[in-house]
Design a protein around this ligand. Structure first.
Ligand SMILES: [Zn+2]
Length: 453
């Protein structure tokens, strides 16, 4: 029976500003309450059931913002704001890939974000195989004229997701690189670790001043099928992909638990937009739900932070961190002392990392100690990135906290039709939320400087 103890601690907390000892005691109370039952799952269930996918700049993302304002109100946040910015919206069209000739068969594909279109009737062209990104780099200029470049690679399952980083160029810049050598279109082996016939979509970066070529991801089994066929002899493919772009609007949504030193701000959050194939549950409905539930856990504990806790839901992350750039520019004059994003799924936190001033390291040690009972390890260094949408804030000098999530199964689901609610493990989600609640409270109730410049 822990209830009387929690109640006693909570009552004590309301009366006086937290001393060093009670700050840590409150962190444990907030942590244990969230671990027992956090609000993350109902928040995540509601967003991903009532809105579903939330492609950047579309009416679905706008409905997600309406949902976010209400969810922040329900969590008791103040100063709720929506800050719009313009963007080029990318809208998926028809898409298919079919081997023609002596081994005719269909392949499972999905077009990549900001990729270009084929004519409605498609294109038919020979395939040139590249074992990895480096092999494509080595291809002679002009050697891909009129051909479809197929870029293979081997992405590994890792706890820290690092294999996504090392193979990322295949998707992000592979299409532009192949285009620079004359390619008519690009197929990539999906950046993923599953064995389903689900292609993984994702963003690409075009060379400025060019019209991007059609680029699609093959599911992993289909990439292996195509690799086997290429080994047997020349392969010709018919590709159809008819996406289009138009100008539109996205926005960042934020709400606060105001602190007594209100001009010192701790930013936590996730991104509100998602890809269009699944329901955007692990990417990044989970980050939205975890950070809002963490703030709500602090509110519900009745404790008042010294620093303002600001929950930010960024828009248009998937199309190239567009909300993050707009946010950092609009808020560069503010004293954001720390920023942290949850954008690696909904599984457990296993390690803390940071990038804070020397003077802030004792706070990170305090966070680490408080999270240790959740099975969370300390950092290896003080050089963390903190999640995609807080990178720009970190470069402006905000201290960075990263609660590293176990990404072992993240890339089975990431950017696929399988990113759905049934994949959520509620015990892991609550452990994750407990870590966020306790760490956010410790940072927001503290006064040690964290900024790196
Ligand atoms: Zn994400």
């Amino acid at each position: 029976m822990r209830r009387p103890l929690i109640a006693a601690l909570l009552l004590a907390s309301v009366a006086a500003p937290a001393s060093a000892a009670t700050r840590v005691e409150h962190a444990a109370v907030v942590r244990d309450a969230a671990l027992a039952k956090s609000e993350a799952y109902p928040i995540l269930e509601d967003l991903t059931t009532t809105v579903g996918q939330r492609m950047a700049g579309t009416p679905a993302e706008a409905r997600a913002r309406d949902w976010a304002v209400k969810a922040m109100q329900n969590a008791g946040l103040a100063n709720i704001k929506t800050e719009p910015f313009p963007l080029k919206v990318w809208i998926r069209g028809a898409e298919s890939a079919e081997i023609v000739g002596s081994h005719p068969q269909k392949l499972a594909v999905a077009a990549l974000g900001y990729s270009g279109a084929t004519p409605a009737e498609g294109i038919t062209a020979p395939v040139v195989y590249f074992a990895d990104y480096k092999a494509l780099e080595d291809a002679a200029p002009g050697s891909l004229a009129g051909k479809i470049a197929f870029i293979d690679h081997r992405m590994m399952r890792t706890q820290d997701g690092s294999s996504y980083g090392t193979n990322g160029p295949v998707r992000r810049s592979g299409p532009a690189l192949a285009q620079s050598k004359g390619a008519a279109a690009v197929l990539i082996r999906s950046l993923g670790t599953d064995s389903h016939r689900n292609p993984h979509t994702g963003g690409t970066v075009a060379t400025p001043g060019t019209d991007p070529i059609p680029s699609l991801a093959l599911s992993l089994p289909d990439a292996e099928q195509l690799a086997r066929l290429v080994q047997r002899g020349p392969v010709t493919l018919k590709l159809v992909s008819t996406p289009r772009t138009e100008m539109g609007t996205s926005a960042n949504v934020s709400g606060e638990i105001p602190g007594s030193a209100a001009n010192e701000i701790v930013v936590i959050g996730g991104h509100l937009d998602s890809w269009d194939l699944g329901n955007g549950v692990i990417d990044d409905g989970a980050g939205v739900a975890i950070t809002l539930a963490a703030a709500k856990a602090i509110k519900d504990a009745g404790v008042k932070p010294r620093r303002t806790i600001r929950v930010v839901f960024w828009g248009a992350e998937e199309l190239g961190l567009l909300g993050a750039a707009a946010y950092a520019e609009a808020h560069k004059a503010e004293n954001i002392v720390m920023a942290a994003e949850s954008d690696s799924g909904a599984d457990r936190i296993y390690r803390v990392s940071s990038k804070v001033s020397e003077a802030g390291l004792p706070l990170i040690a305090e966070i680490t100690r408080t999270l240790a009972p959740l099975g969370i390890a300390p950092t290896r260094d003080n050089n963390a990135g903190g999640g995609p949408d807080v990178g720009a804030l970190g470069r402006q000098g905000a201290g960075i906290l990263e609660l590293e999530q176990d990404m072992s199964r993240y890339f089975d689901l990431h950017h696929t039709p399988d990113d759905t609610l049934d994949k959520i493990d509620r015990a892991q989600l609550d452990q994750n939320t407990a870590a966020w609640a306790a760490a956010t409270w410790l940072a927001a109730s503290d006064d040690r400087p964290l900024r790196t410049k």
